[in-house]
Ligand binder design. Structure first.
Ligand SMILES: NC(=O)c1ccc[n+]([C@@H]2O[C@H](COP(=O)([O-])OP(=O)(O)OC[C@H]3O[C@@H](n4cnc5c(N)ncnc54)[C@H](OP(=O)(O)O)[C@@H]3O)[C@@H](O)[C@H]2O)c1
Length: 326
């Protein structure tokens, strides 16, 4: 099969398209003929050797996939060859075939295209488990979303609205904020030229946000923390802008919490919660409340370009790699 191959730790430019053996599913795994997948920040970190998962060489990066089941391991129940599915992967998504754990493989909901399904699992599930189980966001509360037009950020906007919260989107350009509004955001703040804390305080009548969804970190973190009200929860999702330090006094003084949220925790330690998040997400998709957003569709040969677009802040929603024409 054709695959994007990593032969040594390094830059994404050192990945090469080549031939690899079709993987063999283990007892509780399925083999998927990939129709669409998406690139993620973690792909570039993994090929640099800086991610928690360090596969043996050679391997293909890629954390999610959508396609057709072609074979099932002996222990697999509830899935059969021919099923159209999406899945979370440890790695291996940027290839013509991928092996996925059956427990993290789901039939694609009615009406969802392969491209949407390839863009769905990592962003939507990561955001939902963070907001639902760590953030405990409730209807009527206010959630501030940073990086609100990015892969996870835009899904957080939609999930916040589906829960019934008021969503304040924050991003760096007018185009990104318009997209977040189109996906339901009630308010928009351009943190490239507006003071984040002051704007959140004005928009909330001085109360502050109840939850902040933060996939960015870096210099924005301090202002985001200050924009939380009494009992506010800041969700640490990612650090594309750098890893911030947290002054403990700023948590205590307003009874705030800073909560890390890792999809891997829910996959390995709380699969029941992950399953309930997936059920909720598929339900909302069926009700038209979630609209997966794809800014770029590229063939496998251009996956490295996709990774550069992502790390260069060019993605609006997700960047999908299509292996079968739509
Ligand atoms: N914890 C989890 O379970 C989990 C799951 C999935 C992803 N993540 C992490 O979440 C982070 C975001 O992932 P994503 O897929 O949403 O990425 P993305 O689509 O690139 O979105 C990130 C957003 O961050 C903003 N940004 C601010 N400073 C940036 C910088 N220096 N470089 C790049 N972007 C910057 C950009 O928006 P503006 O231009 O508007 O600022 C961009 O839209 C990554 O660190 C990823 O690994 C975590």
């Amino acid at each position: 099969m054709r695959a994007l191959i990593c032969r040594h730790w390094g830059k994404v430019d050192e990945l090469s398209l080549g031939e690899a053996p079709i993987p063999v599913p283990g007892p509780d795994e399925v083999l998927i003929k990939v129709a669409a997948t998406a690139v993620n920040y973690a792909d570039s970190i993994m090929v640099a050797g800086r991610y928690q998962t360090k596969p043996e060489f050679p391997f293909s990066p890629g954390l999610e996939t959508a396609g057709t089941v072609t074979a099932c391991g002996a222990g697999v129940k509830g899935l059969v060859p021919g099923d159209k599915v999406m899945a979370i992967l440890a790695y291996g998504g940027l290839a013509e075939y991928a092996v996925a754990p059956a427990a993290e493989t789901w039939r694609i909901p009615a009406g969802m295209s392969f491209a949407e399904a390839g863009a769905f699992p990592i962003a939507y599930i990561s955001s939902d488990v963070a907001i639902r189980w760590q953030g405990r966001l409730e209807a009527g509360e206010t959630m501030l979303v940073l990086g609100a037009a990015g892969g996870v950020g835009l899904t957080a906007v939609e999930i916040g609205k589906a829960i019934g919260a008021r969503v304040i989107a924050a991003a760096s350009t007018a185009e990104k904020l318009a997209l977040a509004r189109d996906h339901g955001a009630d308010e928009a703040i351009n943190y490239a030229d507006e003071p984040l804390t002051e704007r959140v305080m004005t928009l909330t009548g001085g109360k502050g946000a109840d939850v902040c969804f933060d996939p960015v970190g870096g210099p924005l973190f301090d202002a985001a923390l200050s924009s939380l009200g009494w009992g506010g929860r800041i969700l640490l999702i990612g650090f594309v802008g750098g890893v911030p330090q947290i002054p403990a006094n700023r948590l205590l003084v307003k009874h705030r919490s800073a909560l890390g949220s890792s999809l891997r925790y829910f996959r390995w330690n709380a699969p029941d919660k992950l399953a309930r998040s997936v059920d909720a997400l598929f339900g909302w998709y069926g009700e038209g409340k979630l609209r997966p957003c794809i800014s770029h569709r590229l063939p496998l040969e251009r996956a490295v370009e996709g990774l550069h677009l992502l790390t260069g802040r060019q993605a609006l929603g997700k960047i999908v790699i299509e292996l079968e024409p739509a």
